[in-house]
Design a binder for this molecule. Structure first.
Ligand code: ATP
Ligand code: MG
Ligand code: MG
Length: 554
């Protein structure tokens, strides 16, 4: 871990350590707005900030950027805390921008007294017209030169709730000719008559992001305030606000930027994810198809796999799209080590072993995880009638088909070698049953010459009379397009894959009777699955977490 080369943010910090800060000054924060659930993009920011905390043994705050009561909710705060913890990180202080409303107000009053802020009483349309363009200077508001006394009185009235929304705003008095549009007298406060999830109706003026963020960093004495690239032009304003307030004996925070992480075949924007929830495209924020942390958790993605993925892609200076298959690779890699192997059939075809005595059964020893000897063994029942997958049988096939065909042999995993002798079809020509014979001396692990005999294919199977049934939810990508929200002509909703959920009945070996919600297994040859939270004592439900790359049977 310490040998790993530094990313560019770590280089920035290393440079700062010699100059502006000492090691004990370092402090970071992860600053979500509680207006939705966290997604895989946030995981990058979380791992970056908390990773720095671990590397430098520095505290990391969880800061809720809760300045917009119209969009924020307690439900989101709770979900965010759960998700950060589940990813494996511990924050130092749990902070809320709303806890600083009084301090921010007091500072705004200081700015007014200093002639650095004024109350503007124009409509937002008028103000927008005066903004100018990047190449043309803006027009100063007719209210720009209000007296300090007038500004103070109006601002207090705004705070007291004397005005409707949209009548007055507080603006910083900076430079209407700045080449940075954000410096053209940005709005600091607007009136919103909405109850806030924490401050209730204490306030009806709410501070804007730019006014809030750097000041919150300053209050918490955050040394490096890391944000995504779209905030690069905000840095000048971040610094301007700090210039007005920072005292010499206190640490001065720095904003530094890194690239947003996007994932292919999905959208990583809370606003767009909310749309999927509201339109009923998915069952909720934690639908297993969602790129949210809670969706991935429910889907069965281990937190380690998400951290490893984020680590592998690293942090970048330019926005880019990472292929979702890389995330799936890390999910598989982790589950391969930890998930017990079991047998389940999802698309059953009945096989009758004609030379196996009727009414008899036996229990075969099966290894739980070839990757982990300590996982031990279990027993699976074998009897005269079993299910195999329909795809695993063909009447005739070429030499490359290493599964079952008439006259051909395969090994049943953990069991015997069988040979297909004949099959039965229904009136539509569909194969409904295969009659096989088995070689009684070929039992796996029995040590006989026949047990060591090599046959090309090995199939998973389940004894019909012992099988447990379960609902199996098979997921496909939520979008048909690789970059659904990068298209100029079409809305991302047009790329929703309406067939992204398929539900089938699975037949499972009986050891699965005792699983509990969240348990993860590999259905051999099919993929990794976990027990969904919708499961009840009467009905088991599995999610397919991720498919397998076919390894031991083609
Ligand atoms: P969204 O567009 O989904 O609402 P946001 O940036 O507005 O995203 P915040 O709650 O403000 O969401 O984000 C908290 C932190 O996570 C911010 O520092 C933000 O820059 C970072 N972040 C958000 N999305 C990504 C992403 N896709 N990649 C990397 N960091 C991200
Ligand atoms: Mg934000
Ligand atoms: Mg946002």
């Amino acid at each position: 871990e310490t040998k790993k080369s530094l990313n560019f943010i770590e280089h920035i910090i290393e440079e700062d350590l010699g100059k502006d800060y000492s090691k004990s000054d370092l402090r970071f924060r992860f600053p979500p707005e509680p207006n939705g659930y966290l997604h895989i993009g946030h995981a990058s920011s979380i791992c970056l900030n908390f990773g720095l905390g671990l590397r430098y043994n520095a505290p990391v705050n969880l800061r809720f950027d809760d300045t917009n009561p119209a969009k924020e909710e307690k439900e989101y705060v709770d979900a965010i805390k759960r998700d950060v913890e589940w990813l494996g990180f511990q924050w130092d202080k749990e902070c809320y921008a709303s806890d600083y409303f009084q301090q921010l107000y007091d500072w705004a009053v200081l700015l007014i007294k200093d002639g650095k802020a004024y109350v503007d009483s124009q409509s937002s349309e008028e103000m927008a017209k005066q903004k100018g363009t990047p190449t043309e200077p803006g027009v100063e508001s007719p209210y720009r030169n209000r007296t300090v006394a007038e500004n103070l009185a109006l601002f207090e009235q705004m705070k007291n709730g004397d005005f409707e929304e949209g009548i007055h705003v507080l603006r910083a008095k900076i430079d209407m000719a700045s080449t940075n549009m954000l410096m053209r007298d940005p709005i600091m406060y607007r009136v919103i008559h909405r109850a806030h999830h924490r401050t209730n109706t204490d306030w009806c003026i709410y501070p804007m992001y730019d006014w809030t963020h750097g000041e919150s960093d300053y209050i918490e004495q955050v040394s490096h305030s890391l944000c995504t690239l779209e905030f690069l032009p905000h840095r000048e304003l971040y610094d301007w606000f700090l210039d007005q307030l920072v005292s010499k004996d206190k640490l001065r925070p720095k904003q530094r930027e890194f690239a947003r992480r996007n994932l292919s075949h999905t959208v990583v924007s809370k606003r767009k994810l909310l749309k999927l929830v509201e339109d009923g495209v998915v069952s909720g924020w934690d639908d297993p198809r969602m790129p949210t942390i809670s969706g991935m958790r429910r889907r069965g993605y281990p937190p380690e796999s998400i951290r490893n993925f984020v680590d592998t892609i690293g942090i970048a200076k330019r926005d880019n799209v990472v292929d979702v298959s890389l995330l799936e690779f890390h999910v598989r890699e982790h589950l391969n080590k930890v998930a017990p192997r079991v047998m389940a059939v999802l698309n059953p075809l009945k096989v009758v072993i004609t030379n196996y005595p009727e009414g008899e059964e036996e229990w075969l020893k099966a290894e739980n995880n070839p990757e982990d000897e300590s996982a031990g063994t279990r027993e699976v029942p074998f009897s005269r009638e079993i299910y195999i997958e329909q795809e695993d049988f063909k009447e005739e096939a070429n030499r490359k088909f290493f599964r079952l065909k008439l006259g051909g042999e395969v090994r049943l995993k953990n069991g015997y070698i069988i040979k297909a002798e004949s099959c039965t079809k229904d009136e539509n020509g569909n194969i409904v049953e295969v009659q096989c014979t088995y070689d009684p001396k070929s039992k796996s692990g029995s040590g006989t010459e026949e047990s060591l005999r090599k046959v090309k294919g090995t199939l998973h199977w389940v004894s019909i009379k012992h099988a447990e049934t379960a609902e199996i939810r098979l997921y496909d990508r939520l979008f048909t397009n690789e970059t659904p929200d990068a298209n100029k002509e079409k809305d991302f909703m047009e790329f929703v894959n309406r067939d992204s959920l398929q539900i089938v009945t699975g037949y499972l070996e009986p050891s699965l009777k005792n699983v509990t919600i969240g348990d993860q297994v590999q259905f051999q040859r099919l993929g990794y699955f976990n027990v969904d939270q919708d499961s009840t004592d009467e009905k088991l439900i599995f999610n397919r977490t991720v498919g397998l790359r076919d390894t031991w049977a083609k």
